[in-house]
Write a protein that binds this ligand. Structure first.
Ligand code: GDP
Length: 299
């Protein structure tokens, strides 16, 4: 809670600063509306959201008296309205077992850490959890995931560096099924530099999963680093094409003033936002709360 607030405080500071002192005329004229729209755009909310909020302000308060608090309230309400439909926790269906969650994202986005955080969250809900080290391209990725698995006490299936990722996933599903595991979380490679290869690899993993269980993967979660700002939006676009995406986890919101990017993503893609990362330990995953973020951004 503390960390979340800390993170969101930074998130808020950007728009808070940008809006501060803008309302000098005591009423909302066209020039002030322009200034507000610009402040919204440079806060990463995206042009579509900025235009929507401008429209709302204009229709409600044009040429009428308004103060900064009044503006912030309207901004907050609009943002909350955009964000509310995408705030959806990652659900585990009762059937079938195991539920398979494919975790995708570029290297460095916080994928491995997020897998550990999700595993911890599911363990706390009394689910049996297993990890699969499907990023066979990086020895460090396999090693790092093993360290997390040990630390939180969950089994992990891995193969050699450079091995066949789909093979690892196949073994993992077999083992998870035999052991009655509830949730299998699969790490994957994040080499966007070689899109074709990544696409083939993820497609192969999907084929293998589908053969073992037609509904698998039950979820494909894209991990995004909030500090990359607008870049996160192009990553969503590419991964939708490469792998299909069911939902998002946005990481590093603790060290960033880029919370606005969540709004831009919600507006542009409408994908569920499952959770946010607010630090480097397994405790640092928070459910995504639309009103909290809206309030923080509006200041
Ligand atoms: P991967 O390459 O995508 O698997 O990324 P990692 O999980 O190894 O994370 C990359 C770096 O980001 C590591 O130093 C993590 O500790 C850090 N990290 C991951 N999530 C968060 C987060 O929510 N907040 C902060 N501050 N750091 C994070």
């Amino acid at each position: 809670r503390e960390k979340l607030f800390g993170g969101f405080k930074k998130t808020s500071s950007k728009l808070t600063e940008n809006l501060t002192g803008l309302i000098t005329k005591g009423k909302l004229d066209a020039e002030t509306l322009d200034d507000i729209e610009e402040a919204l755009i440079v806060s990463d909310l995206g042009p579509a959201t900025a235009a929507q909020i401008r429209g709302k302000l204009a229709s409600e308060r044009f040429e009428k008296g308004i103060d900064e608090a009044g503006i912030r309230q309207i901004v907050e309400d609009e943002l909350a309205e955009i964000l509310a439909p995408v705030a959806q926790p990652l659900e585990i269906d009762a059937f079938p077992r195991p539920q398979v969650i494919l975790v995708i994202g570029v290297n460095g986005s916080g994928k491995t850490t997020t897998i550990a955080k999700l595993a911890h969250l599911f363990l706390e809900q009394d689910y049996g959890v297993m990890l699969a080290a499907g990023d066979t391209f990086r020895a460090a990725a396999i090693g790092q995931l093993k360290i997390w698995a040990d630390r939180i006490g969950v089994p992990i299936v891995s193969g050699p560096e450079g091995g066949d990722a789909a093979g690892v996933v196949f073994d993992a599903v077999k083992k998870a099924t035999a052991e009655g595991i509830d949730v299998l979380i699969v790490d994957t490679a994040g080499r966007l530099q070689n899109k074709r290869e990544l696409m083939d690899e993820l497609a192969k993993i999907r084929r293998v999963l589908g053969r073992l269980n037609p509904a698998a993967p039950h979820n494909v979660v894209l991990v995004l680093d909030a500090t990359t700002g607008q870049n996160a939006l192009s990553q969503i676009e590419i991964f939708k094409e490469v792998a299909g995406v069911n939902g998002l986890v946005m990481t590093k919101l603790d060290g960033s003033a880029r919370g606005g990017i969540l709004v831009a993503a919600a507006k542009q893609f409408g994908l569920p936002i499952h959770a946010i990362g607010v630090g480097e330990t397994i405790e640092d995953l928070r459910p995504f709360d639309a009103r909290d973020l809206a309030k923080a951004i509006a200041g």
